[in-house]
Ligand binder design. Structure first.
Ligand code: DMJ
Length: 598
């Protein structure tokens, strides 16, 4: 009798526990994650005239390497990057997951637009539902997004994308010129990261990365082994000589290290690492010989290895060459001092010559930007432009990572103020979105800088205001240009769905644990989604000053691969893609960091 009663009370306890589990755990989780159904898309047929199927798989090299620079293989430990996050409360977790789910749905909106209207093409045109093949026609959005699908737990979508990947032929392309940098960071980055995140479970990922690597390696077959960055691939296919360009972007030349190093680590084939190490050696040799020692000009002559150009900056054409210094150091497991030293020389020059504090109305806001410089032959500044570009917003994150791994604690406040500068630039615009580029005024005294209206107006006018008519005219310019206080001109008022500001916020959040960075990211996300959402995805906009901006029908693959991935990760558990386990490429692709050997 007694045991019967015990049995009954046990079964009712189990029953209540099951009910509680269903309502409190299963149902909420299912509502969050389980409602998405994947559907199989149809490849969109192109109207390209294939270059009559020339394939580049067995070409003979004209300038073969006789001995490869070996990959270092005994990594040592690197100081920790991530903050020690405390356990969050139930409420905090719920609020965070809700935001993360909204970001995931936004990702799916754009992914589905691509799947339904541009599957296996490079990009969907997000307003018209047409497609665009801007990166050799190998399905850039599909391949660039592979690891984002894994990170967001979209497993069915990932399987579908993986099936499609099998059909991509990286040995031929309908385009006459291959953009080596873009192809490496988008395609190879996507495949390697997906391989690393799935622990090599899908051999096709590495197979295809190698197929692409074999193809692109031919761009390095030049007289000095510097790659031809806008590669005339059909010349190589016909056995004709190719040359590195006299006008090569620093960023393109200097940002292949991480992808090619990882490819060698994964395959054991030394040639990829050798190829990029040769570039690093050339950059190192010339770093202190340029017009601004420590920094390289934004345009370099890769044919004659001349670094005498006058223009210096950290935005377009230069950015990721600097970003990859600490990142390659991490990927190599700190086995050489080369990247540490190169980073030291570059950051010291940046601090000395480029950093500036803009003159703002609210001087309690401590923010930093970097200027562009034109240097004459004698090494003197010919021109300094206080120009902030969206592309420069990567810098806060890079300086933050480097401050941690190289024990440069004194740089951490710079990292934060650079990141805050980009947040300010978003918050200050009518749409809440930072423009592609704008000009500002620099404080003369950084520690004591008052906003000076007359100076600002002169900055807008470009010279001293002499007459009442000029003073009247400048007011008109400020009004018609809709210049926020402190901004003297909009160089380019578009927003192209770029990730850099969110990238730095992600890194600085993981380093500091400061929740105000999550708040800033959430504001930015809501504003971007509102201004850019279209029927088939999200579109670049023409003017961040318009509350209802014109859409330019363009969605680059980095919207899914970077911008939305960073947003998702800002609201993830900090252990998800920890910066102490992965190094993120310039296209936000996480590569496994070495631990104890390769
Ligand atoms: C991305 O393709 C990469 O982040 C690159 O390094 C710079 N520009 C775009 C995004 O803006």
């Amino acid at each position: 009798m007694l045991s019967n009663r015990k049995g009954r009370s046990l079964s009712s306890t189990i029953f209540f526990l099951l009910i509680a589990y269903f309502f409190l755990v299963w149902l909420p989780l299912h509502q969050l994650y389980g409602s998405h159904k994947a559907h199989r898309p149809t490849p969109i047929q192109g109207q390209w005239h294939r270059l009559n199927s020339i394939h580049l798989n067995n070409s003979t090299e004209r300038f073969p390497v006789t001995s490869y620079i070996p990959l270092p293989t005994s990594p040592v430990s690197i100081p920790r990057i991530q903050h020690d996050f405390p356990v969050e409360s139930r409420q905090e977790r719920k609020a965070r997951l809700k935001k993360q789910e909204t970001i995931k749905r936004t990702f799916l909106h754009a992914w589905n637009g691509y799947k339904d209207h541009a599957w296996m093409r490079d990009e969907v045109s997000p307003s018209s539902g047409e497609y665009d093949d801007s990166f050799s026609g190998w399905g850039a959005t599909l391949v660039d997004s592979l690891d984002a699908l894994i990170i967001m737990g979209l497993d069915d979508e990932f399987e579908i994308a993986l099936d499609a990947l099998k059909q991509i032929d990286f040995t031929t392309t309908p385009t006459s010129e291959v953009n080596v940098f873009e192809i490496i960071i988008r395609y190879m980055g996507g495949m390697i990261a997906a391989h690393d995140l799935t622990d090599g479970k899908h051999p096709i990922l590495l197979q295809k990365a190698v197929e692409l690597g074999e193809m692109i390696y031919n761009a390095f077959d030049t007289h000095n082994r510097m790659p031809q960055m806008r590669w005339e691939w059909s010349r190589s296919a016909q056995g004709l000589e190719i040359q590195p360009s006299e006008i090569t972007n620093l960023a393109e030349l200097g940002s292949l290290t991480v992808e090619f190093t990882r490819l060698t680590q994964l395959t054991g084939d030394p040639k990829y690492y050798d190829a990029v190490q040769r570039i690093t050696d050339v950059l190192e040799k010339n770093q202190l010989k340029t017009r601004l020692p420590g920094l390289w000009p934004t345009v370099v002559d890769a044919d004659h290895l001349w670094f005498d150009n006058a223009e210096f900056g950290l935005g377009g054409c230069a950015d990721s060459a600097y970003e990859y210094l600490p990142k390659e150091h991490i990927l190599l497991g700190a086995q050489t001092d080369q990247y540490r030293n190169m980073y030291r020389d570059s950051i010291e020059a940046i601090k000395k010559h480029m950093l500036f504090r803009p003159m703002l109305k609210d001087q309690d806001q401590r923010i930093l930007f970097t200027s562009n410089l034109v240097i004459n032959r004698g090494g003197h500044v010919h021109k300094q432009q206080f120009l902030q570009e969206h592309l420069k917003c990567f810098l806060g994150g890079t300086v933050g990572i480097a401050a941690k791994i190289f024990n440069r604690t004194e740089d951490m406040s710079i990292a934060r103020e650079l990141t805050d500068g980009c947040i300010w630039a978003y918050d200050t615009m009518p749409t809440g979105i930072m423009p592609e580029s704008m000009e500002l005024l620099a404080c003369e005294d950084e520690e004591n800088c008052q906003f000076n209206d007359a100076k600002w107006q002169e900055g807008v006018w470009g010279e001293q205001l002499k007459t009442d008519s000029e003073r009247h005219q400048v007011q008109k310019v400020i009004k018609s240009e809709r210049l926020p206080a402190g901004v003297t001109a909009f160089r380019d008022s578009t927003y192209k769905l770029r990730p850099e500001a969110l990238e730095s916020i992600f890194i600085m959040y993981r380093i500091t644990g400061d929740k105000s960075l999550q708040d800033a990211a959430w504001r930015m996300f809501q504003n971007i989604d509102k201004a850019t959402r279209t029927r088939f995805g999200h579109s670049s906009i023409d003017d961040v000053r318009d509350s209802e901006p014109t859409l330019s029908n363009k969605m680059e693959s980095f919207w899914l691969a970077e911008t939305l991935k960073y947003l998702y990760l800002i609201f993830s558990e900090p252990s998800h893609i920890s910066l102490d386990d992965y190094v993120l490429s310039t296209e936000a692709h996480p590569f496994k960091r070495p631990s104890g050997g390769f």
